[in-house]
Design a protein around this ligand. Structure first.
Ligand code: GDP
Length: 358
């Protein structure tokens, strides 16, 4: 499954956040046979629609979709210079599907900042620079090779050109993700570049920032088009120890209405280009993870490969239509249930039953 790699400067709250990510029991509860790597944290994607479906179908349990975060420990500054640990750090990032950078915005004189002061945008630049330098090294070798290949094989020319274009972008200090509309990123895929991956920023903040909408808007704008999440990692860890009522009180005391991990799960899901569709029956109400743009057979394949191979059609009702009708039978009577074929592109919130041959 797709993962977000957590990176950040030392002392910004990565371990604190990661501990909060690993301390939920969603995986253990729903996937008892899954092996969980020690450096992987799995968070459920909050989805109130499942509760509603469980009401309608009398489902015994709810199974939410999940988002996986990988803790990428290691040095940051100087990583692109290729010292042993730096190489390992970059190799781990290469394996992740998106980059989740934790950035310190909290003020705390007891926690030392590696650069002496809390400056989120400068911290972001430090990490981006290492990744940009690593990509430039990759490209330096690749461009020489690609230009040779382009001389004998015409179809390699566009790849060579895209690689040279990528060099220009990176030399101007931009990541390929930020400049993704300026270069054909599909052509660059074979080069496993780092800054082409989608970015997500987690601003580890205290109450003064969490309640400062202007400051948050400013940071958000600075990292766009990447997603930004604001949370207090220390509070997130504490929340998991509390019952629902006390947790809500603690959140309200810092001006929040929901745990930051919920927002993080949603942003992670979005950054990875994922979406869900829903199934429901007496046994379970469940959200299934697919890519944005997936067709019905592809979506069926997430449940079982046989479902994809033997796909006939999908019986689909939009979640809101189903809720409005109150039951599957009523939705059918109201003409809200559609039969979709193999070319149908799934929409978020589709409630689905697949028909297939075995
Ligand atoms: P890492 O080096 O990025 O993994 O950072 P840690 O998670 O180990 O955090 C470094 C220090 O900052 C620890 O003493 C944490 O308790 C503290 N810390 C982490 N998050 C917060 C926060 O949101 N607010 C405050 N005040 N301290 C925090």
């Amino acid at each position: 499954s797709l993962t977000l790699g957590i990176v950040g400067l030392p002392n910004v709250g990565k371990s604190t956040l990661f501990n909060a990510l690993t301390r939920n029991d969603v995986l253990a509860a729903n996937y008892p046979f899954a092996t969980i790597e020690p450096n992987v944290g799995v968070v459920p994607l909050p989805d109130p629609r499942l509760n509603k479906l469980a009401e309608i179908f009398g489902s015994e349990r709810l199974v939410p979709a999940v988002v996986s975060f990988v803790d990428i420990a290691g040095i940051v500054k100087g990583a692109s210079e290729g010292a042993g640990l730096g190489n390992k750090f970059l190799a781990n990032i290469r394996e992740a599907d998106a980059i989740c950078q934790v950035v310190r915005v909290f003020a705390d004189d007891d926690v030392i900042h590696v650069d002496g002061k809390v400056d989120p945008l400068s911290d972001i630049e430090v990490i981006e620079t290492e990744l940009i330098l690593a990509d430039l090294q990759t490209l330096e070798k690749a461009v020489v090779r690609l230009e040779k290949e382009a001389k004998v094989k015409k179809d390699r020319k566009p790849v060579a050109d895209a690689a040279k274009q990528a060099q220009e972008i990176l030399n101007s200090g931009k990541t390929l993700f930020a400049a993704r509309t300026q270069v054909d990123t599909e052509l660059l895929k074979e080069l496993s570049l780092l800054t082409i991956k989608p970015f997500l920023y987690v601003f580890n903040a205290d109450e003064s920032i969490l309640t400062d909408e202007a400051k948050k808007a400013e940071l958000k704008a600075a990292v766009a088009p990447a997603d930004a999440v604001f949370l207090d990692a220390k509070v997130e860890a504490e929340l998991l120890e509390l019952d629902d009522e006390s947790a809500l009180e603690l959140l309200e005391s810092i001006g929040q209405t929901e745990p930051g991990l919920h927002a993080l799960a949603r942003a992670g899901f979005h950054t990875l280009g994922l979406q869900t569709y829903l199934t429901a029956g007496p046994k379970e109400a469940r959200a299934w993870t697919i890519h944005q743009g997936d067709t019905a057979p592809k979506a069926a394949g997430v449940i079982h490969t046989d479902f994809e191979r033997g796909f006939i059609k999908a019986e689909i009702v939009a979640f809101t239509d189903l809720v409005e009708a109150g039951s599957m039978a009523a939705a059918k009577a109201a003409g809200k249930v559609r039969m979709e074929g193999k070319d149908y592109v799934m929409a978020d919130g589709d409630v689905v039953e697949f028909r297939f041959n075995v």
